[in-house]
Write a protein that binds this ligand. Structure first.
Ligand code: HEM
Length: 455
């Protein structure tokens, strides 16, 4: 009979290994900006392929210490690093108790612009706020119940973008970001917000302060102006905006002015994911041909599910996750197979480690849309660009629909050629880079030469 002898404590990383985690994982995360990205740092990290180094370090730690969780002896903060897929599934599924999403670090950062957001709410306040998001974002449905307008807004904005792009023959990040932020404002706050650049600028300024978390004083006047703007849109919501779709779920504890900034903030990441997906399509002609076959066969002016394009966006997010660190904190002592974790311990899942673990995932470093051919479950390797479980992203579906609708329009109507160094590093069969700077992607755009495939 096998005798199981429980070991009494988790493995502890040596001081040099803890410093290596600080150097290769924590410093790059903080330097690039957790809440708003700093373009020069993103560029420098891409040149150093920083995320690949981080993944290789965590692979070495797993070989040295086993599957953990691995305690990191950091002065002033108890912290463990997850190295085992089963632990990731467990921690995300058992949120908010014993693993709350409202970690000390997130409360300090998000406190700058949304201190009562669902992400940093207590277990008591969370349900009412989560309900509001799920109602507004139509969480369970691949195609939002307000998708007719979502599609119309995207096409109207892309008409204007393509008008500009056709004149210059070039699509770069600045062009794309301007269009994307208009789409985001119209979808979230309503058509009246289309030109409200103030609300975007206020968000950027507050997010820049939030990058410094505890270290920067709150910008109270700016925050008040943002709250007042959102309150104005919420007072008479455009019924076809996300705010309008959520209106019936507003209750006394919702604190809507603290929920909506998350939409503006997080839609930014969808713009990065979409632009990187465009770069993947421009450098993978076989995949582009499949995507065009999918999109050519349907009426893109009406809501479409487009599974292959959704999988392309998911691949962009797997390869270059926009939320690389998924953080939880224990609200009480809890036990793993190899030992207990005390209350008030930071639990770190570094998503790129699981997404790019070429010791376990054959296609870790290349484009593989088949990874998303079925709904991923706990039995699968954890690919968690949108996190998972009760605090997983409630906007996954609406994000994938928004991004795939925009991509479909661009790739069915235009040929896009990626220029510059990214064009070289993205071309198969070489491994895809661990870090990709979206701010310097640049495409030459011409009318499509191949005939559309009609169903
Ligand atoms: C590429 C785009 C996006 C990605 C990759 C993404 C990813 C994520 C992730 C990883 C989390 C969980 C964080 C954690 O567990 O600590 C999250 C939470 C959340 N996201 Fe997204 N997100 C995206 C866009 C959006 C958008 C556009 C919205 C709203 C319109 C949104 C709304 C939320 C909300 C409200 C939460 C908090 C959920 C909760 O705590 O219950 N996200 N997102």
């Amino acid at each position: 009979m096998e005798v199981l002898v429980p070991s009494r404590s988790l493995p502890v990383a040596s001081v040099p290994d803890t410093l290596a985690v600080a150097r290769d994982v924590v410093v790059p995360l903080l330097a690039r900006g957790v809440i708003v990205r700093r373009p020069p740092v993103v560029g420098a990290l891409a040149r150093a392929d920083a995320d690949r180094r981080a993944v290789q370090l965590l692979q070495r730690l797993r070989r040295t210490y086993g599957t953990g969780p691995l305690r990191l002896p950091i002065p002033g903060r108890r912290a463990v690093l997850l190295l085992d897929p089963a632990h990731v599934h467990r921690v995300l599924a058992e949120t908010p108790d014993p693993f709350t999403a409202a970690t000390r670090e997130k409360r300090a950062a998000l406190g700058h612009f949304e201190p009562a957001n669902v992400l940093v709410s207590s277990a008591e306040d969370r349900p009412v706020r989560r309900r509001f998001h799920e109602q507004a974002l139509d969480t369970p449905h691949a195609v939002h119940r307000g998708a007719d307008r979502l599609v119309a807004v995207i096409h109207a904005e892309l008409d204007m973008l393509l008008g500009r792009v056709d004149a210059t023959g070039v699509l770069d990040w600045d062009d794309w970001a301007r269009t994307w932020m208009r789409i985001v404002r119209r979808l979230t706050l309503g058509d009246a917000a289309a030109d409200d650049e103030q609300v975007t600028d206020d968000m950027v300024a507050l997010r820049a302060a939030a990058n410094w978390a505890f270290l920067r004083p709150r910008r109270r006047l700016l925050r008040r102006r943002l709250r007042e703007s959102i309150a104005r849109y919420a007072a008479d919501p455009d019924p076809s905006s996300l705010l309008g779709w959520g209106a019936s779920a507003i209750e006394p504890g919702t604190r809507v002015e603290d929920q909506v900034p998350q939409w503006l903030f997080a839609y930014d990441a969808a713009g990065w994911a979409m632009f990187r997906a465009l770069a993947l399509l421009a450098t993978h002609p076989d995949h582009l041909a499949d995507v065009r076959t999918e999109a050519d066969g349907v009426d893109l002016r009406t809501p479409q599910r487009l599974p292959l394009l959704r999988a392309t966006v998911l691949e962009s997010l797997r390869l270059w996750p926009t939320t690389p660190a998924v953080l939880r904190e224990t609200v009480r002592r809890t036990r793993f197979e190899r030992g207990p974790v005390p209350e008030d311990t930071l639990v770190i899942t570094y998503a790129p480690f699981f997404h790019r673990d070429d010791e376990n995932l054959d296609s870790a470093n290349r484009l593989d849309p088949t990874l998303w051919a079925h709904e991923r479950t706990e039995a699968d390797w954890p690919l968690i660009p949108f996190s998972a479980g009760p605090a997983g992203c409630p906007a996954q579906n609406v994000v994938l629909h928004t991004a795939s609708t925009a991509l479909a329009r661009l790739v069915t109507e235009r040929d896009l050629m990626l220029t510059g160094p990214a064009a070289e590093v993205l071309r198969p069969p070489a491994d895809l880079p661990g870090t990709l700077d979206m701010f310097t992607l640049r495409f030459l755009v011409t009318p499509r030469t191949t005939a559309p495939v009609r169903a």
